[in-house]
Design a protein around this ligand. Structure first.
Ligand code: AMP
Length: 442
């Protein structure tokens, strides 16, 4: 019996694969990562990486014991002799903040901007856009509570997405206030829901005692209906003076920079360590219930993870698969992966090694490929075209003897005779004369 990959995972495949879709195309993931790198590193973010598995305790405290992720979706790591105290990471923030604390990154100039990307794991019910191994791009800023940091983080998130060519995105922005504001809001919610216990779902009755704000996140139709009839006041109504001023400042910067957002009073993040700014990034094509990404300020997280001091922090993450679905929905064409600049084939078996050496020399300059056995000219041209090559060189004993090459440019159909020693400089000149920066501007 053939062995298949686990449910909820995907293989990332080379271009040209028979069953390719945008969210399984390895080069599409690379394009997203490289675009994110360009935008984020120009803003001063540094790439960091943390382990794919962490202490279970870190995930419990960092993500929150009352969340679905911790209660139902954690992958536990077992290995010989171990009791399973590790968890495959379900998100990136907890690990990055742990790394910041453990490695003394506080000594670096603040605010410290970090970014990472990689696989995340959640044992979810699998459906379109909801996988068990998915991939995120993650940006975190540590060491500043300034509203300007929040605004920049939100703007950068939209810039990454726009740099990828996705247009129809909208930031839904809210604030969840300071801890005392949330206490007041939770008291209000308790008062509101307690007389209607029987109308709440079992999960939400439990939330009412532990953390009433999480009821607002509930996906249960029963809860949704009750909330509709009760008319729940938004968290924004409960902001204290400090949180309100911060929110207005964030909005002020975003307005001034022309970042597209809507204030959405329904944004909630129930965990204790979240503070103030919270947002989601939505796209028309991915469905209202599934965000492309989300972010928020988490000034209380470092202490939750054992730090004696408060470390203000804010961050966001988007799912690469969801983003690729959005690209697909908008019909955005990703740049095609360029084929080799040169393809070399020998016409006789005896020259196969020589043809390979010609291609290998070009590799310090560009991608170059060769045929592994002798080919007839028609077959060689077919193979070169299939690989998307720009120039083709066919090598017979005459070319080897004279030290020259006859190159055909598959783009223009032109033939060039080039002295083999000069091949690099010939190809280099061709490459730069056709590179985008040298082309006429439209
Ligand atoms: P979260 O950490 O839950 O706020 O998720 C941030 C983003 O990661 C979401 O908006 C999605 O784009 C992506 N994401 C979360 N869970 C999944 C999943 N199970 N499958 C695919 N993408 C996901």
């Amino acid at each position: 019996m053939a062995i298949n990959r686990p449910k909820g995972t995907q293989d990332h495949l080379p271009d040209g694969s028979p069953k390719l879709s945008l969210d399984t195309r390895a080069s599409a993931f690379a394009f997203v990562r490289e675009t994110a790198r360009r935008v984020l590193e120009r803003a001063g973010a540094q790439f960091t990486d943390t382990p794919l598995f962490e202490e279970a305790e870190l995930v419990q405290r960092g993500v929150g014991g009352s969340t679905d992720i911790v209660r139902k979706e954690m992958f536990t790591v077992y290995y010989f002799g171990d009791h399973g105290g590790f968890i495959l990471r379900p998100e990136g923030t907890a690990g990055l903040v742990r790394s910041y604390l453990q490695n003394g990154l506080k000594q670096l100039p603040a605010p410290l901007k970090l970014w990472t990307h990689g696989p995340m794991f959640r044992a979810e019910n699998v459906q379109k856009g909801r996988l068990r191994q998915f991939h995120q791009v993650d940006y975190e800023v540590l060491g500043s509570a300034d509203a300007l940091v929040d605004a920049e983080a939100i703007a950068l998130m939209t810039e990454v997405v726009q740099a990828l060519g996705v247009q129809k995105v909208k930031v839904k922005l809210g604030s969840i206030g300071d801890p005392e504001d949330r206490e007041a809001y939770n008291a209000y919610l308790r008062g509101l829901f307690t007389p209607h216990l029987e109308a709440l779902s079992d999960d939400s009755r439990d939330r009412l005692t532990r953390n009433p704000m999480r009821i607002l996140d509930s996906k249960s139709a029963q809860d949704q209906e009750l909330m509709g009839t009760l008319g729940v006041r938004p968290m924004l109504d409960f902001l204290g003076e400090g949180a309100r001023a911060h929110f207005e400042q964030v909005r002020g910067y975003l307005d001034a920079w022309g970042v597209n957002y809507d204030v959405d009073p329904s944004i909630v993040r129930g965990l204790d360590y979240y503070r103030r700014t919270a947002w989601e990034l939505h796209h028309e094509g991915v469905g209202a219930k599934s965000a492309l990404g989300g972010g928020g300020r988490y000034d209380g997280l470092a202490q939750e993870l054992g730090s004696k001091e408060t470390v203000p922090g804010i961050g966001w993450a988007f799912g690469i698969e969801r983003l690729l679905l959005a690209l697909e929905a908008e019909g955005v064409q990703l740049p095609a992966t360029p084929g080799p600049l040169l393809y070399v084939a020998a016409l006789d078996e005896v020259n196969v090694g020589y043809a390979a050496s010609v291609a290998r020399q070009v590799r310090t300059l560009a991608r170059a490929e060769f045929a592994y056995r002798a080919m007839k000219p028609a077959a060689a041209f077919r193979d070169a075209e299939r690989r998307g090559a720009r120039f083709v060189a066919l090598i017979g004993s005459q070319e080897v003897g004279q030290g020259t090459l006859s190159l055909k440019d598959l783009q223009t159909g032109e033939q060039h005779t080039v002295v083999t020693r000069d091949l690099q400089s010939f190809l280099g000149a061709q490459q730069s004369s056709t590179s985008p920066s040298m082309q006429e501007q439209p």
